[in-house]
Write a protein that binds this ligand. Structure first.
Ligand code: B12
Ligand code: SF4
Length: 452
């Protein structure tokens, strides 16, 4: 009889995640579950944040438990492993994901096996012939075209979701010193444009979000995908994550817009010259201003990810950064906090300097300070992050956007406005505001307990 598997991506509370991302899924577990199903296993796939309730013993009646562990989810993953041991004392547990890859000793205390790195070529072998080796090196998949298309129907509890997440490349040529995906996935590799389009032809989603680290890294490939969208003319709208620089090819940006691209997500990380230098991204403020101008002129909105708390940051520089985003009318801004994730050089540095004061992994979510910043106290950094979110979602900011709506409608009608509709920014501010208010309440106790 076929062996049964329950594959779980743990979660704790939805409060910690930005509301606009609540239906989003990491691609690894879906792909691995698809591969296991094709190999003859009876598979259940649960992403706890989509499932509708936390998993309990009723969900764990399977021969195998597969656990996907990102760092902030490790404590919840261990709880699930414990529940599974009680429910199925003879069952086996295999874990993977970034936390399992970089914290093998710790994770092995809770599970039977770990596959490090990318697991597609290793998981079936391990689960068909489990041997004595408890840590199996998954390595890197060079030919991403060799992987099957993910079977989204495996996802339990998924309500009808109008958008489809696609991750069509892995790795990044830049290899930034603070970046966990760079440490995990190494150099850039991509699914070919033909195969990306073939997958799109098989589904009828109206919106696609390419959430890989840098969708536009290979210009030839992205041009071919854009061509594909233009030729098909299916009215699909799409969004993607890019790094500043793609805007230098203005023709490409124009074509992206024409083919349905409405949003780009950009890791600005820092917006003062000093912090940009520390981040080491080799981009200047002028480059960022150029990106914003080019995308906006083409009607493409921007979601900017900021990281606060670099050694060059101060309370004032953080305020300046948020003002910059407001002045430049960036549609969505997600300020996060520098986080020393396992596997990164950032962690090595901060640990060596004795500055990491918490290894409570549940706090490693980019929303809690877990190290001593250079120019602020931890509490000041935590408060600055909260103040940043509050400024972005304040009644004043909402009112300013709302007031500009009638003028914008007229300008658009007479063809004098090309920039993205203010409604995109206004809608986000209103949606995020509720979440920020919850954070403010929740964080009071955390801030009070932070070291000086
Ligand atoms: C999609 C995504 C999300 C989605 C979905 C998350 C989910 N739970 O499903 C959303 C937007 C909701 C999200 C939220 C968060 N995310 Co996120 N997310 C991603 C993103 C962009 C893509 C994930 C992906 O598909 N990767 C590609 C696939 C191929 O990799 P994979 O899923 O890890 O799977 C492979 C291996 O890891 C392994 N594997 C994975 N699981 C398993 C299980 C088993 C049993 C085995 C054997 C192997 C295995 O094999 C897979 C196939 O090769 C990554 C960035 C990245 N490049 O990975 C960040 C990333 C994973 N997120 C991260 C973080 C920090 C968060 C947040 C905390 C906040 C934030 N700043 O974004 C929140 C979580 C909030 C909370 N309360 O928990 C970090 C994690 C760092 C770390 N070391 O853990 C990453 C790496 C981003 C970053 N730049 O640092 N995220
Ligand atoms: S550019 Fe972004 S994805 Fe690439 S290594 Fe740097 S932080 Fe990571």
């Amino acid at each position: 009889m076929a062996e049964s598997v329950v594959f779980i991506m743990p979660w704790t509370s939805l409060d910690n995640i930005y509301p606009d991302f609540r239906g989003t899924t990491a691609s690894g577990p879906i792909l691995l579950a698809t591969i296991l199903k094709q190999a003859g296993f009876k598979v259940r796939l649960i992403y706890e944040h989509i499932y509708g309730r936390p998993v309990d013993k009723r969900d764990l009646d399977a021969d195998w438990l597969c656990l996907s562990l990102k760092t902030c989810m490790a404590p919840r993953g261990y709880e699930i492993a414990k529940m599974y041991r009680e429910a199925r004392p003879n069952g086996k547990i295999v874990a993977g994901g970034m936390h399992a890859t970089f914290m093998t000793e710790e994770v092995l205390q809770h599970v039977d096996y770990i596959i490090t790195g990318e697991a597609e070529n290793a998981i079936v072998d391990l689960m068909k012939n489990p041997g004595k080796d408890r840590v199996i090196q998954g390595g890197i998949i060079e030919d991403l075209d060799s992987l099957p298309f993910p079977d989204m129907s495996l996802l339990e509890g998924q309500k009808i979701n109008p958008s489809r997440i696609m991750i069509t490349s892995r790795g990044c040529p830049r290899q930034c010193w603070f970046c966990a995906p760079a440490a995990m996935f190494g150099q850039f590799r991509a699914v070919s444009a033909e195969r990306v389009l073939e997958e799109i032809d098989q589904f009828d989603y109206r919106k696609i979000v390419f959430l890989e680290d840098d969708f536009a890294c290979d210009r030839k490939r992205v041009n071919a995908i854009v061509d594909g969208f233009l030729k098909r003319d299916r009215g699909i709208i799409w969004e993607c994550q890019v790094t500043a620089g793609v805007d230098k090819d203005e023709e490409l940006v124009k074509r992206m817009a024409r083919s349905g691209c409405q949003f780009v997500y950009m890791g600005f990380e820092a917006l003062t010259p000093e912090s940009l230098k520390q981040v080491g991204k080799r981009q200047k403020i002028e480059d960022i201003v150029h990106s914003i101008r080019v995308f906006h002129e083409n009607g493409i909105s921007i979601l900017a990810f900021l990281v606060l708390g670099w050694d060059t940051d101060t309370v004032e520089s953080i305020r300046y950064t948020i003002d910059f985003c407001m002045k430049n009318r960036i549609e969505r801004v997600h300020p996060g906090i520098v986080t020393p994730h396992p596997g990164t050089r950032l962690r090595e540095k901060l640990v060596a300097e004795g500055r990491v004061f918490s290894n409570d992994w549940s706090l490693y979510d980019g929303r809690h300070v877990v190290f001593r910043p250079a120019n602020m106290t931890p509490a000041q950094l935590q408060l600055s992050m909260l103040e940043s979110w509050s400024a972005l979602t304040s009644v004043g900011a909402i009112a300013r956007d709302a007031i500009s709506l009638p003028y914008e409608t007229v300008m658009r009608k007479i063809g004098f406005m090309r920039r993205p509709p203010t409604m995109r920014r206004l809608g986000w501010r209103i949606m995020a505001r509720e979440c920020v208010q919850k954070w403010r309440k929740k964080d009071q106790e955390y801030i009070a307990g932070l070291p000086e």
